[in-house]
Design a protein around this ligand. Structure first.
Ligand code: ATP
Ligand code: MG
Length: 428
């Protein structure tokens, strides 16, 4: 309707005739059908909906809080840790921190669903994990995700770019969570987001790097900061191109728990420098250059402080939003040995099962296992290369064994691993 035209219109609901001076007098008016609703009626409707909905949602929330009791009982920290113990060797501290973080997340959720008069707020404790390559960061989180009853999504931060750059916008992390929640917005709003490879978005001009070009990393951090602080993130459905008219999905990140992790290669030098500058009697000096000095590397990394992360190139506001710092340890030969055989999905167990299907018993000599672990240490990729090293040796065995159905045994010796000697296959 033209702005300054005064006209009269009957409300389709209360039938009163309203003099319309501006749109506010008759907020809903369709000139074609003549359907109109006056502001009083709209207010009534809103009021009704508010009252009705709030009763309904209060009940719903109470029901949900009750189901959370069950979840809380099933997800006590020691139970979560026991589950992680089945797959992850060592990293006791990280397992404890994650178990407590998840349990507290559930508790905080329950608290939020119950009405609290005293106004106490439980703030979330986002976690940052640091540890060398192949020590189990990604593995820990992926096992955790299979255990949890709440949506959990892992997003690789290295694929994120500032809006306008080629790559994925940060909203992708929330979109992944939304799909992990089976497109249930309310569930997604209480989920957990793990941002892997978080060090890859460090500002390149941080002290770890002399290159000044920065393909939008600071912009990514700024965008992530908004998410961490709690904001309504808007994104389009998967497969839908982003254009102004595309329908969007909105998810509030206020209650989402964020866990970020990365290797932060070179941060030990930043830490050592700080300790030296502050005159701390740590006496590392040149020895930190030696990568083989594992215990020293672990000693340093354990002393990481927020300011080291800032020097590394993470903006202070983000660090402020990640109050729990968790460091993982370098895996030594004994730990790698255990990883080969102990976890539920241990490489040796997997090969044993594979060969058993061909009636073959697989025997890894102790020396062979140790040789695998030593080779992995030489490669400096933690536990990551273990499977590949065994695979190299096992390929011929797995190729030749199915030639016959006879029960046999295969013995893998240290020489098979070290010098590529062909494994012995014997009749049983
Ligand atoms: N502590 C561990 N216990 C059992 N298995 C482990 C452990 N650490 C690593 N692994 C195994 O090694 C593989 C590689 O580890 P993972 O991907 O978790 O390394 P990461 O710490 O994320 O390294 P990066 O920083 O390079 O990403 C995993 O798939 C897992 O099978
Ligand atoms: Mg990883």
């Amino acid at each position: 309707m033209p702005n300054n035209e005064v006209m009269q219109q009957r409300c389709s609901l209360c039938k009163r005739v309203i003099t319309i001076r501006d749109q506010y007098d008759m907020p809903i008016y369709d000139p074609q059908s003549g359907f109109a609703l006056c502001k009083n009626c709209i207010r009534e409707i809103n009021h009704f909906l508010d009252e009705h909905e709030s009763e309904e949602t209060v009940e719903k929330k109470k029901d949900f809080a009750l189901t959370l009791d069950d979840t809380l009982t099933k997800n006590k920290p020691h139970i979560i840790k026991e589950y992680l113990d089945e797959y992850i060797i060592k990293q006791e501290h990280a397992k404890k921190i994650l178990s407590v973080a998840v349990y507290n997340h559930y508790k905080r959720m329950k608290y939020g669903y119950l009405n609290h008069e005293d106004g106490t707020e439980i703030e979330k404790s986002n976690v940052i994990m640091l540890g060398p390559s192949g020590c189990g960061k990604t593995a820990l989180l992926s096992h955790l995700s299979t255990l949890l009853d709440i949506p959990f999504a892992v997003t690789d931060s290295s694929s994120l770019t500032e809006a306008g750059f080629v790559g994925a916008d940060v909203e992708v992390a929330v979109r992944n969570l939304y799909y992990a929640a089976d497109k249930d917005i309310e569930k997604a709003e209480h989920g957990i987001i793990y941002l892997d490879e978080f060090d890859k978005i460090a500002r390149k001009s941080g002290e770890n790097n002399s290159i000044t070009a920065d393909p939008g990393h600071e912009g990514v951090q700024q965008a992530l900061l908004k998410m961490l602080e709690g904001s309504v993130v808007e994104f389009t459905a998967r497969g839908q191109r982003k254009h102004p008219e595309a329908p969007t999905i909105k998810v509030d990140t206020k209650n989402i728990l964020f866990i970020v992790g990365g290797a932060f290669v070179g941060i030990e030098k930043v830490i050592a420098k700080r300790l030296q500058d502050s005159g701390s009697a740590i006496g590392f000096g040149a020895s930190i250059e030696s990568k083989d000095d594992k215990p020293k590397f672990d000693d340093l990394i354990r002393k990481v402080r927020p300011e080291d992360l800032m020097k590394y190139g993470i903006i202070p506001e983000i660090i402020g939003r990640l109050p729990v710092i968790c460091t993982l340890e370098t895996l030594d030969e004994d730990a790698l040995l255990r990883i080969l055989t102990e976890p539920k999905n241990a490489p040796v167990k997997q090969y044993e099962k594979l060969l058993a299907m061909d009636h073959v018993t697989l025997i890894f000599e102790e020396g062979a296992l140790r040789a695998v672990a030593q080779k992995a240490i030489e490669r400096k990729t933690g536990a990551r290369s273990l499977k590949g090293i065994i695979e190299d040796t096992m390929l011929d065995v797995m190729f030749d064994i199915p030639r016959s159905d006879e029960p046999r045994k295969v013995i893998i010796t240290a020489d098979c691993i070290r010098n590529g000697e062909v494994p012995k296959i014997e009749k049983l």
